[in-house]
Design a protein around this ligand. Sequence first.
Ligand code: PXP
Length: 236
Amino acid sequence: MRLCINIDHIATLRNARGGTDPDPIAAAKVCELAGAEGIVVHLREDRRHIKDHDVWKLRETITTKLDLEMGASDEIVTIALDIVPDLITLVPEKRQELTTEGGLDVIAQKEKLKNVIAKFHAKNIPVSLFVDPVIAQIKASKEIGSDMIELHTGEYAEATEEQELQRLLKEIISAAEYGKRIGLEVNAGHGLNYKNVSSVAAIQQIDEMSIGHSIISRAAFVGLERAVKEMIALIK
Ligand code: PXP
């Protein structure tokens, strides 16, 4: 199981004062030194956290893997094609949302997403689609040429009632098994934290996890290096 860390909220903190601290580039380096196997950033249309210059600088400095999370808008696709990250994760993006809400409706946007994936493949950039653990969406992802899926674990992460948790976990397990069976790499993420990560990490078919908020939050108390190492210890 690989851990990739989303460092968007280092930029959120930096932007709160409009200066340069804390520096997302330095944070990425600490995460890598602590054992992270990839760095994830979401270049949102409103640039509320990560800015274009951050992504360019990360492209130069990251030695593991740069996963650029993005909505499939023409503007961001053009920028991503210039930057050439190691992985593109396509997500739905709504302006007013606090964070990504729900997975992509791949079925409803098959043609559009197929064209966007083809553009990235022409530059040898693999593409992952962020989807809910729903078989039909995973099947559609494979049909339009996606290399990977990232299973949305947000609903599972928010559940509090034991029966509901077990039902949602089963959904994630079935989705991961199906994704692997049809030849996709399977990642997972959203809302995962030090309490709920273990049951998802135990799913053999999941190759990688993308975790941000809980690690950056814990880092405020124990430091980033320790927060990363504690998460790695839980998922390995
Ligand atoms: N994966 C995707 C596709 C996301 O949009 C996010 C949030 O930016 C994450 C993973 C990380 O979620 P969290 O910050 O809740 O760990």
